[in-house]
Design a protein around this ligand. Sequence first.
Ligand SMILES: [Zn+2]
Length: 79
Amino acid sequence: MTSRQTELIPETTTGDDEPDGMAHIVTKDEQMRGYVGGQPIRALCGKVWVPTRDYQGLPVCQACVDERDRRIAGMKRMN
Ligand SMILES: [Zn+2]
């Protein structure tokens, strides 16, 4: 598959920011920081939040999909 370096992570804000109920795409590094370190992570689209639950069933952020496709296209060009 093409998404070896990225993962789908739920956007789950708790508090002032209004959650949009979307699953965003983050890099593996960000995923580890969020789930292991409990730190806010940044999605490909620029969204920053702390992941806390499963993304199953959530719609995927289109901006993240576009950005991932752009990165994959860039990687293909270099190969
Ligand atoms: Zn996104």
